[in-house]
Ligand binder design. Structure first.
Ligand SMILES: CC(C)(COP(=O)(O)OP(=O)(O)OC[C@H]1O[C@@H](n2cnc3c(N)ncnc32)[C@H](O)[C@@H]1OP(=O)(O)O)[C@@H](O)C(=O)NCCC(=O)NCCS
Length: 261
């Protein structure tokens, strides 16, 4: 995983290969994997977005972009399209064989092909940069956010984050605090997506320390063993990117064993 993340393509380059033959190399292995992709949307032309929308329409996901405010549509469409291309290219099944859906709480899932229902999915649309992650053997959550410029962010962390996180942010100098707030926010959101709960999991029920490596601790016993969780984080232009992953507790198949360890 570390090697792959190091060689992750520049998001701007991915956009420029939109019309190319394939974005993502095929995963030969039938076993565990974790793959992550980003796409910068600022440079996407109306034609490219229309092409992506047509693909989503064809696959019954056409409403993905329509229910959002116009300003966000491009990102929503691009994120769902990116997730589909990542699946199709990586796992080598034709587009028409994939049906995606969502759990009651909103987590994207594979409905068909049935043999791929153990593939975990996550996506994020972040106002100019979108991300998609697929994995077998790992629970996975991804998040991208633009670094906030609002000075009132500390009110949010005081109200919603765990006490140690809020105190940590309060201890920072004004020139670094917004950067750290956004980093912490993306890591927390990546985690609540990886467990499939989204905002239904209170942000103060766990703490993330921006240490090396990033560590999580739980204040809610139902969250299980914190030690199994790993994180990756990065910056791209004025965005923060985060990935949370852990061995898939529900993985029934042998082929999923051994990932994320
Ligand atoms: C998941 C969530 C944390 C993401 O927030 P966000 O920063 O606005 O959006 P992002 O672009 O980063 O991610 C959105 C994607 O997360 C995914 N997602 C939504 N709910 C999810 C869940 N429970 N678990 C995992 N992933 C989820 C979806 O793919 C969604 O995109 P889509 O709606 O286009 O399919 C948040 O939207 C959420 O929890 N929503 C559902 C529950 C809710 O609204 N609760 C409010 C009560 S406080």
């Amino acid at each position: 995983l570390e090697n792959w993340l190091q060689s992750m393509p520049d998001p701007a380059r991915i956009v420029s290969t939109l019309d190319g033959p394939a974005w993502f190399e095929r995963i030969d292995d039938e076993g565990p994997f974790l793959r992550l992709a980003f796409l910068e949307t600022a440079g996407l032309t109306a034609k490219a977005v229309a092409a992506m929308t047509a693909v989503l329409d064809e696959q019954g996901e056409g409403t993905a972009g329509q229910v959002r405010p116009l300003r966000r549509r491009k990102d929503v469409v691009a994120a769902h399209f990116l997730l589909r291309r990542l699946l199709e290219d990586s796992l080598g099944r034709p587009r028409s064989t994939w049906t995606l859906g969502a759990t009651e709480l909103g987590r994207p899932i594979v409905l068909a092909p049935a043999a791929m229902s153990d593939v975990r999915l996550s996506l994020s649309h972040g106002d100019g940069l979108v991300a998609a992650a697929i994995a077998r053997g790992c629970e996975v959550g991804v998040d991208v956010e633009k670094v906030s410029r609002h000075r009132d962010r500390l009110d949010i962390s005081d109200r919603f984050f765990a006490a140690d996180e809020a105190a940590y942010l309060r201890s920072l100098s004004p020139d670094t605090v917004l950067d750290h707030f956004t980093m912490l926010w993306t890591l927390k959101e990546a985690f609540v997506k990886a467990i499939g709960k989204g905002f239904w999991q209170p942000f103060r029920s766990f703490s993330i320390a921006l240490s090396e490596p990033t560590r999580i601790s739980f204040h809610d016993p139902a969250l299980g063993d914190a030690a199994v969780w790993q994180f990756w984080q990065s910056s791209y232009r004025n965005f923060k990117l985060a990935l949370a992953y852990a061995p898939d507790r529900e993985a029934a198949s042998d082929r999923a064993a051994g990932a994320c360890e």
